[in-house]
Design a protein around this ligand. Structure first.
Ligand code: NAD
Ligand code: FES
Length: 359
């Protein structure tokens, strides 16, 4: 007769082992989930953080993280993501040069980073405005428009950002292009500039068309001059350069006989929409850089979705660059206004908060 008692004990022990293994697997899955979601940084604050950080950094070079994210800061390490330079480019736009050697090593034009100024700050996605691989720095340019950027702007040289993750997204495809018109509108010029620079480095003929509302808002003029074969400076009111919109200058260049392999347009949605309407008329391929609301930046939340060619795309992983002739700009503009009231409220609250701090 089988010894059922013994068999039961063996079975029980096996099940206990399996249960423990499952728990371990669950823990690992949970850690991976945390590390690839909103709170990835908190996970790094465990006692084993050095080992974990080392492991992530090793894996981020290979399979774990195809984008090669620079993994997040350890909170107590105050020397990470230091602001080495801060400069106001115009009354509402500022530039920060951030110490981030791993991101600087891998960043390409068109890619973006997501950062938090402080631990409880909102997450801000910003396209990389420049990088210096040797100095190990990444430049960001931001418009002080909402509560998040107002808070960011309270930080000064020598302060550190709480975290800084990237490079995210797909780099702009610039290889093989021989003659390109790069169109930048307002703050969008901060993103158009590294694309123009890369094209120039690759030997392409670059015609830059940059537009601002007025002279006081002009940014990066010297930078565009240094990397372009021709620069058309436009202002809406004619206070600097030529009077008119970027579309007026672009159409003029096309009518002068310039044949572009591609037009790359970066700026407000309305500008990109009208640039695309123009280039469609002339049958010139046009790439736009979309900057919808983003949350995780890794394709999980769906916050950045857009309709491109009738299909749903995520700007953070499928873009931010898209074929402009296929983008549904009207939908993107509608989605862009969804948080307008919230932003207005947050801005007012932040203003009051800052006022109190100043007193
Ligand atoms: P803005 O409104 O001052 O416009 C800048 C220029 O764009 C104008 O001077 C004009 O030449 C051109 N433009 C505007 N409307 C146009 C139209 N209807 N037709 C043709 N040309 C037009 O820009 P801003 O205030 O500096 O930019 C703010 C906006 O840019 C924000 O909404 C921000 O989200 C967006 N932005 C987009 C990106 C991106 O990656 N696409 C990056 C940074 C900022
Ligand atoms: Fe979440 Fe793109 S930001 S899916």
């Amino acid at each position: 007769m089988p010894d059922y008692q013994k068999m039961y004990t063996i079975l029980f022990n096996k099940l206990t082992d399996i249960h423990e293994e499952i728990e371990k697997i669950q823990q690992v899955v949970e850690e991976i989930y945390i590390n690839t979601s909103e709170d990835r940084y908190l996970w790094l604050d465990t006692p084993a953080e050095d080992a974990i950080l080392e492991k992530i950094e090793k894996e981020s070079e290979t399979s774990y993280n195809k984008n090669g994210f620079q993994n997040a800061t350890r909170k107590e390490n105050s020397s990470m993501f230091k602001i080495v330079k801060k400069e106001h480019l115009n009354p509402t736009v500022a530039k920060m040069v951030i110490e981030a050697p791993l991101i600087a090593k891998k960043a390409e034009p068109g890619q973006f980073i997501i950062f938090r100024a402080k631990e409880d700050s909102e997450r801000i996605p910003l396209t990389v405005a420049d990088y210096d691989r040797e100095a190990g720095t990444v430049t960001i340019i931001y418009q002080i428009v909402g509560a998040g950027t107002m808070e960011l702007d309270t930080l000064e040289e020598g302060d550190c950002l709480h975290d800084f993750v990237g490079p995210l997204g797909t780099p702009s495809h610039v290889e093989g292009l021989k003659k390109v018109a790069v169109v930048g509108g307002g703050v969008g010029c901060a993103i158009a500039y590294p694309v123009a620079k890369k094209l120039h480095e690759l030997g392409a003929v670059v015609h830059s068309v940059v537009g601002f509302r007025n002279k006081d808002l002009v940014i990066l003029e010297d930078e565009f001059n240094a990397v372009s074969d021709k620069v058309c400076m436009m202002t809406d009111d004619g206070s600097y350069g030529e009077k008119g919109l970027v579309t007026n200058a672009l159409e003029k260049l096309i009518n002068e006989g310039n044949q572009y392999d591609e037009v790359i347009a970066i700026g407000p949605l309305i500008m990109m929409k009208f640039v695309c309407q123009l280039t469609k008329k002339y049958n010139i391929k046009t790439v736009v850089s979309m900057n919808p609301i983003m949350i995780d930046g890794t394709g999980m939340c769906g916050g950045c979705r857009l309709t491109v060619g009738g299909e749903t795309k995520f700007a953070c992983v499928d873009g931010p660059d898209f074929d402009g002739h296929l983008v549904d700009f009207d939908e993107a503009m509608h989605r862009g206004t969804m948080y307008k009231d919230f932003e207005q409220h947050a801005r007012e609250a932040e203003c009051n908060l800052l006022k109190k701090e100043v007193k």
